[in-house]
Design a protein around this ligand. Structure first.
Ligand code: PLP
Length: 503
């Protein structure tokens, strides 16, 4: 790395990003491109020799070829999925970590990086009002992984090994894990990777009436049935803020339902964990002091650019017993051995699947310092306020309904079945299969039309057989005017679709 050249190139990149954000609102949120559009425009092989002024040329290609083909996740009019909130310091923290390019797999491999992660996960845990028992200061501890899926995998593996040590390795095929039919699919994937039999993942059904939350009663019944059949209940994944509707599983009651059975309770709060920075939203995690582990993605709603998933565990020893490795002499640093063996330092390689790891703590530390906990509260509150405004607008239009209560900054909405009845000029009752199918199809077409405008981008889910549109507010650049525009686009497209359906 040549320092002067790095400075010159760095300015090009920073200017490029700044220009992008200055114009981001001008791009259609989602590109209208066909598969293969980019590959056709690029050479088939890499250049054999460096191109002249390669970085500048490549940046031109990013502008002319790549940007027209990306979905602009940071657009203030991106309301799909859950947001990936970005910030200046989040981006610069990433740049700083990439620039330093260190690999803190053990304390000795980079003491300050490891210690910063210890400090910053405790900082964040305190900001989210997590119980002491999940923090280093209370005997637990946190780490920064890439994704929630990794957090699930690591905790299932920890729970599995702890349980097998108790009941015997031969019981592996009897281990059962529990979730709801709203739990993110990554849980089942993690369970499969951890060796849980496919048939031993209990996906407990939820209902619209119960707001798609996991019922403690149903959970207790499932656990009892498994025990009666000689199986071994292992792990419960409760979700605070499910992906389809941001439903909140009742953590306290779920913990009570499995209490005394040695079931590891994990809370997946990938999206909504961030809301706990606000005292008025903290009720969503009531009971969290009883769980074994908790994870949330600061890259979803806390201004830490991709990727950043914070995982806290009550007993780090369970994690390190399952994931720790102790036989690689190359990793042994004689000067740190005493501290390692005495447990005075954290070796994060033993908290995760891989050996190598990124220095994620740096950007999270910058975010917390530059925005402060109050700044994060302001961000969450602004998004929740805008979502409430969007919900209010939906409720004023009789053609629409809000089938489940708004949670946090996610509004789920749809054209009413009654609108379908008008279209079909039929006398059918709500709930008739024909009406449900027609309603779903109409709402599917509505979303397609809304997104085809390029003016906004929303996503959908099917819950309890009902197709819903999702408007998830969470981008740093989103303002009330964007939310109003989004609603206008939905209304315009609904009017056009209903008119076309009547013809
Ligand atoms: N859990 C929930 C509730 C989610 O909404 C998501 C993704 O949106 C995930 C888990 C998966 O997160 P990741 O991509 O970090 O694995």
């Amino acid at each position: 790395l040549d320092a002067d050249e790095f400075r010159r190139q760095g300015r090009l990149v920073v200017d490029f990003i700044a220009d992008y954000y200055a114009r981001i609102d001008e791009y259609p949120v989602r590109p209208a491109v066909a598969p293969g559009f980019l590959a056709r425009q690029l050479p088939e092989t890499a250049p054999a020799r460096p191109e002249p002024d390669a970085l500048a040329a490549a940046l031109r290609d990013v502008r002319d070829l790549i940007l027209p083909g990306v979905t602009h996740w940071q657009s203030p009019r991106h309301f799909a999925h859950f947001a990936a909130t970005a910030s200046n310091v989040g981006a610069l923290g990433e740049a700083l970590a990439a620039g330093l390019n260190i690999n803190p797999f053990t304390w000795a491999a980079s003491p300050a990086a490891t210690e910063l992660e210890v400090v910053v996960t405790d900082w964040l845990g305190k900001a989210l009002h997590l119980p002491e028992s999940l923090l280093f200061s209370g005997g637990g501890g946190g780490t920064l992984l890439g994704t929630s899926c990794e957090a699930m995998l690591c905790t299932i593996v920890a729970a599995r090994d702890r349980k097998l040590a108790e009941v015997g390795e031969e019981r592996m095929g009897d281990l059962v894990v529990y979730c709801s039919d709203q739990t993110h699919f990554s849980f089942q994937k993690a369970a499969r990777i951890a060796g849980i039999r496919r048939g031993n993942c209990r996906e407990i059904p939820t209902s619209m009436e119960a707001g798609f939350t996991l019922s403690p009663k149903a959970l207790a019944a499932a656990v009892r049935a498994d025990e009666a059949a000689g199986r071994v209940p292992l792990f419960l994944c409760a979700t605070v803020g499910t992906t389809p509707t941001a439903a909140v599983d009742p953590v306290r009651e779920l913990c009570a339902a499995v209490a005394g059975r040695g079931v590891w309770v994990h809370v997946d709060a990938a999206y909504a964990g961030a809301a706990s920075v606000c005292p008025e939203l903290r009720h969503a995690v009531a009971g969290v002091e009883r769980v074994d582990s908790f994870s949330t993605n600061p890259h979803k709603w806390l201004l830490a650019n991709m990727d950043c998933c914070a995982l806290w565990v009550r007993r780090p020893a369970a994690l390190t017993a399952a994931l720790g490795t102790d036989h690689d002499v190359i990793l042994k640093d004689p000067s740190a051995q005493a501290a390692q063996e005495g447990g005075a330092v954290v070796d994060y390689k033993d908290w995760q699947v891989a050996l190598s790891r990124r220095f994620r703590a740096l950007k999270l530390w910058l975010v917390l310092r530059c925005h402060g906990v109050e700044g994060l509260r302001g961000l969450v509150r602004a998004h929740v306020r805008m979502a409430a405004a969007f919900e209010a607008m939906v409720r004023t239009d009789a053609r629409f309904e809000v089938p489940v209560p708004r949670q946090f900054a996610l509004v789920c909405f749809r054209l009413r079945a009654a609108a379908v009845l008008v279209v079909g000029e039929k006398r059918a009752r709500d709930g008739d299969d024909e009406v449900v199918t027609a309603g779903n199809e109409l709402n599917r077409r509505l979303l397609e039309a809304v997104n085809a405008t390029g003016r906004v981008y929303m996503s959908s889910a099917v819950v309890g057989g009902t197709y819903i549109l999702r408007c998830a507010i969470g981008n740093s650049l989103t303002e009330e005017r964007h939310v109003r525009e989004a609603w206008s686009v939905v209304q315009e497209q609904a009017t056009a679709i209903l008119a076309a359906a009547r013809r």
